[in-house]
Ligand binder design. Structure first.
Ligand code: XMP
Length: 516
């Protein structure tokens, strides 16, 4: 099915993906393109509406991102948000100025016109403002739709050209009825039909996989995480045993994790899984390695070696693979706009388990068009257990970056036990699904303690719990004292090798979520 499409032009806003997700929540398909995408590229998508995102720049600044005037002559409705309304004013002959003071936070919006964008909404709404510049004069033909006390031109329209501008952010949850405003734009103004949902996506993508793969064979590396599991389940539904899944135990998994993943694939999903226990190899190569980046490299490279070896073995038994499946998501493929320039490398992230592109396979990436929340929705359609779909993120290099200092099996086992207690208590307290990540870290620091009448000299364990929306920034979670007390008591009583437990109260920035 061809879906009606809305395009978000990204001016480098932290909220561009959020805008696209809100549009999709209205069941309308939405894609993000960079602000400087040529008009013919935009038209190739056959959009029924275009949204200009916010962005950190000032329209008059040197090198500020601009769109051509032509965009407003296509006869396609446009809605500019924050920087987007300033862009409209700039392009069409209005005026933008620095506001006397930056406006940041909630402001009451008075709506003067309840047609189109504000249809069905009350006359006052709390809206989220975050801007330094604002429009002081609208271009010819525009009229004001809504104002706040600080910002007279908080929303405006060119009724004939169907160009809308909004100074506030309807995409963030703080704006009351923000999604309704976006829904009004995509449905009432652009006339998009609400056809985008995971049930129809599943059908379409299964068909596409069948057409692409034909009689070929697909190999898929799975980690037990959400993305690779949903991708595998979807492909299995499409082509059954033409798919082979490989799960590598890299020796830095959590307590009983390998057994759980194997059981879930076999029992819950009915997908045969080739389990490779490569723990001895990984631990041999990681033994005594302390440098975090070295740990990541060894794990990444060894994974590739083990995976290739297994795929060759399977090919000898059952014939060649032509395709490699990956759980790539939409945020990984959006052509991103770097208004601020590339950020410094802090950690060599997210490439662990990523397989080299020069492997002879063609790629099958059935989640390429989806955001994480859509992957979870699709996973639920595919009957993947709730607990897995809402599992806290776990880094590719696993416990290796939570065991500070030299890697060895003894300390990994100590960390596994402590981590299992943290997870168990967090779950019992009913907090597992409301926390982004919670786990234990084992430090090489030893301190003196006393147990019974005995002096102890053992390691310090750290409890870490953070909340985040995307892992880019995070706040430490204020866990209840009694919960912290239970975790500390249990770890010291049940885990030999730890005699002191501390709680990490560092947010990101300045810290990172993982310790290494
Ligand atoms: P940091 O520690 O940089 O982590 O604040 C942000 C998020 O990324 C996860 N993380 C990784 N994930 N490979 C991964 O696949 C890695 O090397 C890696 N390092 C950190 C981390 O768990 C958090 O969710």
């Amino acid at each position: 099915m061809k879906h009606d499409t809305v395009i978000v032009l990204d001016f480098g806003a932290q909220y561009s993906q959020l805008i696209a997700r809100r549009v999709r929540e209205c069941k309308v398909y939405c894609e993000i393109l960079p602000f400087n995408a040529p008009i013919h590229k935009i038209l190739e998508k056959n959009p029924k509406g275009i949204i200009l995102s916010g962005g950190p720049a000032s329209v008059y600044a040197n090198g500020a991102p601009h769109v051509s005037k032509e965009l407003f002559e296509l006869g396609i409705p446009v809605m500019g948000l924050c920087y987007g309304i300033q862009m409209i004013a700039y392009a069409l002959g209005g005026r933008v100025q620095k506001a006397a003071k930056r406006e940041f936070g909630l402001a009451p919006l008075r709506i003067k016109d309840h047609k189109d964008l504000f249809a069905g909404l009350p006359s006052t709404l709390q809206v989220w403002m975050s801007h330094g510049d604002h429009v002081t004069q609208l271009p010819a033909g525009f009229k004001v739709l809504a104002s706040t006390s600080n910002c007279h031109l908080a929303a405006a329209v060119h009724p004939k050209k169907r160009i809308f501008g909004i100074q506030f952010h309807p995409e963030v949850v703080h704006t009351q009825k923000g999604t309704k405003i976006i829904e009004n734009f995509v449905k009432k103004v652009c006339g998009c039909r609400p056809t985008w949902n995971m049930e129809s996506y599943e059908k379409t993508v299964i068909q596409e996989i069948r057409e692409k793969v034909g009689n070929g064979r697909v190999i898929c590396g799975v980690s037990g995480g959400v993305d690779s599991t949903v991708a595998a389940a979807l492909i299995h539904r499409a082509i059954g045993n033409q798919l082979s899944c490989v799960f590598v135990n890299n020796g830095v998994l959590r307590l009983n994790e390998a057994e759980q993943v194997v059981a879930m694939f076999k029992k819950n999903l009915g997908i045969p899984l080739h389990y490779v226990n490569a723990e001895p190899l990984f631990l041999k190569l990681l033994n005594n390695v302390s440098d975090p980046e070295k740990k990541r490299k060894i794990i990444g490279n060894t994974f590739i070696r083990v995976f290739e070896k297994k795929s060759k073995e399977l090919e000898r038994k059952r014939g060649p693979f032509q395709f490699l499946a990956q759980g790539t998501l939409y945020p990984d493929v959006i052509e991103s706009v770097s208004v601020k320039g590339p950020s410094a490398m802090i950690k060599s992230h997210h490439n662990v388990g990523g397989l080299p592109k020069d492997m002879k396979f063609k790629l099958v990436e059935p989640l390429r068009e989806l955001f994480k929340d859509e992957v979870r929705e699709l996973g639920a359609e595919l009957k993947i257990p709730y607990d897995l779909l809402w599992r806290q993120p776990f880094p590719g290099p696993g416990l290796a970056v939570r065991l500070i200092g030299p890697i060895n099996k003894t300390d990994l086992d100590i960390l596994r036990k402590a981590d299992a207690i943290v997870q168990d208590e967090i779950r019992k307290a009913g907090l597992y699904h409301s926390i982004w990540q919670s786990f234990a870290v084992l430090t090489p620091l030893k301190s003196v303690g006393v147990m019974g009448d005995e002096r102890t000299y053992e390691n310090v364990c750290v409890i870490r719990a953070v909340n985040s929306t995307d892992g880019m920034t995070a706040d430490w979670v204020k866990l209840p004292y009694d919960l912290l007390g239970r975790m500390s008591n249990r770890i010291i009583n049940e885990v030999r090798g730890i005699n002191r437990v501390v709680f990490d109260i560092t947010s990101k920035p300045p810290g990172t979520i993982e310790w290494e």
